[in-house]
Design a protein around this ligand. Structure first.
Ligand code: BDR
Ligand code: CA
Length: 315
């Protein structure tokens, strides 16, 4: 059973991931140590309020909820209100709930949680937003790199982007943070658009969520309808839930296949946020392969295949 800290920017698909997380914690499939917010889909005040509200609404355990970075490391703040609605949750209102913010910042709270586990166990960081908090953690506490098992991210793509022709939103939003995380030496598992666009909920699942007895599932289904609209427009016939995929990887890695290699993060004006797999292999040494040019040295597992039906069962 993995020990996890979840960092996110709710966000509709973040909300669905948190619902799946609540179920996984309840069934003892994962040990949750804390949650943190980051600016991404919406400004930090909104993602933080949404995270607190969702933690309560979705009956997540009473773990730390910490406030993270309010802007990317270098770039101007951005948001995706056009995708997630003015409140970040598809205009679906949920109660504010009973949770309070931790006194510590996300970076300090994560660091303390990681140190509490070490050396016996290592934390897995699940990141469903821009990587700002994780980059700041590794800069402030570089010794934590060896105490972290891996950083499992929703981000990146080797098959085309969703912000620019080749950049995915979370990496595009804070590419310098992504560069720092990929270059840190901590193993990164990249759940990019390569896998997130190929897996998700079926139309039948969405209908039964919407029409069933559970108010929570109904609220999530309404958010998803706002987010993904008409099933006729779904890629591969599924309602994509990007952020649930890194959690799914933690719970059921066997559903995935991937390539180990060196990922270069685009930091320029023309290639901002691109994730280029510049050296790949499946041997034990692949993770330390030398890339040509100015590649970010990285130890990444780039997921390339997912069992879409398995996804629906686990979720
Ligand atoms: C990612 O961007 C955000 O809008 C979603 O929440 C997800 O984390 C998809 O590119
Ligand atoms: Ca997100």
């Amino acid at each position: 059973v993995s020990d996890v800290w979840v960092d996110c920017d709710p966000g509709i698909d973040d909300a669905v991931m948190l619902a799946a997380l609540s179920g996984a914690v309840g069934r003892g499939r994962v040990r949750l140590h804390g949650l943190s917010s980051v600016a991404g889909n919406m400004p930090l005040d909104v993602t933080t309020a949404n995270l607190l509200a969702l933690a309560s609404y979705l009956a997540l355990p009473h773990v730390l909820v910490a406030r993270g970075a309010n802007r990317p490391l270098v770039r101007a703040a951005c948001d995706a209100a056009h995708v997630h609605g003015a409140n970040g949750l598809g205009e679906v209102e949920i109660p504010a709930g009973d949770r309070a913010l931790a006194n510590d910042s996300a970076v300090l709270a994560m660091h303390k949680a990681i140190c509490l586990l070490a050396p016996a166990r290592r934390m897995r960081l699940v990141a469903a937003g821009p990587l700002t908090n994780i980059a700041l953690l590794l800069r402030a506490f570089p010794d934590d790199a060896v105490r972290i098992q891996d950083v499992v991210i929703m981000g990146g793509s080797t098959c085309g982007g969703n912000v620019t022709p080749r950049a995915e939103y979370n990496i595009w939003a804070d590419p310098e943070a992504a560069h720092m995380v990929f270059a840190s030496g901590v193993p990164v598992v990249m759940c990019g658009l390569d896998v997130t666009l190929r897996s998700g909920l079926s139309a039948e699942q969405l209908t039964s969520m919407r029409d069933g007895d559970s108010e929570r599932l109904c609220a999530l289904a309404r958010m998803l309808s706002f987010y993904k609209g008409d099933p006729a427009s779904w890629p591969h016939g599924v309602c994509v839930v990007h952020d649930a995929v890194p959690l799914l990887y933690v719970l059921a890695p066997d559903l995935f296949q991937g390539v180990r290699g060196v990922v270069e993060i685009g930091l320029g004006q023309d290639d901002r946020g691109e994730t280029r797999l510049v050296a790949a292999g499946d041997g034990a040494d692949a993770g330390v392969a030398k890339a040509s040019g100015n590649a970010t040295p990285s130890n990444a597992l780039v997921l390339s295949l997912v069992d879409a039906l398995g996804f629906q069962k686990v979720l």
